[in-house]
Design a protein around this ligand. Structure first.
Ligand SMILES: [Zn+2]
Length: 112
C-alpha cells in the first residue's frame, strides 16, 4: 500500500466532503445541497409549487418545477449537477416574495 502524506486536498466548506482534484471540488460546491445558494424556498412547502417529470431523452431534469404565481418553469440545483438542459427555465429562488406556506394555519377573522 502506498500512503501519500502532505498532499493537497480540497474540502467542501458546506459539507466537509474531501476532493483530490480542484475541478471536482468546484463542481461539487456549486451543487452541494448544503450550500445556501441551493436552499430553495419553494421546497419549504410553497403552495404555488408544481412538479412534473422531465423527459430524459431530451436531457431535461428529472423533475421540472413550476410556480403558479409567476408562471415560471424552474429547475433545482441537481439539474446543474446532472448537466441537464435547462433552456427556458429559471433556477429556483432562495427567497421569493410570492412564497406562501401551504401548511400555514388559516388566518382567524374575528367579527365586530
Ligand atoms: Zn458539499
Amino acid at each position: 500500500m502506498i500512503v501519500k502524506k502532505n498532499k493537497t486536498v480540497y474540502i467542501c466548506e458546506y459539507c466537509q466532503r474531501v476532493y483530490i482534484q480542484l475541478y471536482w471540488a468546484n463542481i461539487h460546491e456549486k451543487c452541494c445541497r448544503f450550500n445556501p445558494i441551493n436552499d430553495h424556498i419553494c421546497f419549504k412547502s410553497c403552495q404555488y409549487l408544481t412538479k412534473r417529470k422531465g423527459d430524459p431523452t431530451k436531457k431535461e431534469p428529472k423533475f421540472i418545477y413550476g410556480c403558479t404565481a409567476t408562471g415560471n418553469e424552474m429547475y433545482c440545483y441537481t439539474a446543474i449537477r446532472d448537466r441537464n438542459d435547462v433552456t427556458g427555465m429559471t433556477k429556483m429562488p432562495v427567497d421569493c416574495p410570492h412564497y406562501i406556506d401551504k401548511n400555514a394555519p388559516l388566518p382567524v377573522y374575528t367579527s365586530g
